[in-house]
Design a protein around this ligand. Sequence first.
Ligand SMILES: [Zn+2]
Ligand SMILES: [Zn+2]
Length: 408
Amino acid sequence: MKGIIEAAKAVESKIIENRHALHQIPEIGFDLPATAAYIKEQLREIGIEPKDCGGPVAPEVREKFRSAGFPDMANCTGITATIGQGEPCILLRGDMDALPMKETSGLTFASQNNFAHTCGHDSHAAMLLGAARILKAMESELKGTVKLMFQPGEELGYGSKLMIEAGLMESPKVDAAIAIHVMSDIEAGQVQYIKGITSAAMDTYMLKIKGKGGHSSMPHKAVDPNMIMTQLYTALNLLPGREIDPQETVILTAGKAAGGSAPNIIPDTAELQVGIRSYNKEARAHILQRVPEMIDHYVKAWRGEYDMVKFSTPSTYNDAELCNTLLPFVREAAGADKVVEAAKPLPGSEDFSHVSDLVPGLFLMLGAGKPGAYPMHNPNMVLDESVFATGSAIYANCAAEWLAANAK
Ligand SMILES: [Zn+2]
Ligand SMILES: [Zn+2]
């Protein structure tokens, strides 16, 4: 699109201003009242009417997250807005939630509370607002609809799912989708993509093992949940190495294994929380069958009981055809020499996967730092703000050009 870089440069100071404002008021989870209010105000300033896409969180979902130790979240504050009209429709995703950690970056616009935008979602929301400014200015030329998706709860792997349940993909019906994620440890300005599986699937089991507490001198009168937990811990750790094709990657980590309070007390309960990352669909299906089986058998073999809560985020999938269609427009916005195919998928997970499960999707990584810099999710993480205009240019250029190429 002619003039895309100039158009992005013209809104650059506004993107950075928006990012600084969001960076200082980080909120976590599904319920981001201050963040959502700021974004809606900005959309109205651009002349775009925002729409809520979320609402009250279903009681069972709310309880599931609460019981797993997350704060109680009554609302999902997802927002959508459209520019242009009619078919086809392309969705642009920007997430907006932060992380539960104290920022120690020393930035002048650092977080003013105990949460921090150390995954850069403040910049994603700001880049999407930048794209909205560019696209609104050329609305009459758009050959269809651009739907903006401002998403909470990405870090929970579930925010996009709640928005989908609230009608994200309908009225107008979404035909394709794009998301961009900044990366502090990729060279500033470089854009990386992968065709096919782009991020790991993540499956989490939060397990509470219930035994029967007692005196350590009388184990025969108790059911020791710590013993059950350690047996199960070992068995689960052996599973990838013994039952998965060694050429496939499955990473199983029991990040929490805890129980008890003193050497002479057998406790009532113990906790085991296991996160499993995988890429291959068959390997994942095998693990999803075997982990619950092992939990059930091990706990019952030693006369225990358990409560289990499970969370799942599938792999993000980049559609090869959409990728081929959009790459020239990504290059036009970012510079032809800046766009490279990544060597391997992201080890992390990304809940854009719920969207890319439904329509062809493209997930891009935008370098905003340099190799060796503090990584994402680190309290010292900082971003090179000179790349944000590029992010907005990519969103806007891909959306406008894709609509033109797919005009009905
Ligand atoms: Zn993150
Ligand atoms: Zn993120």
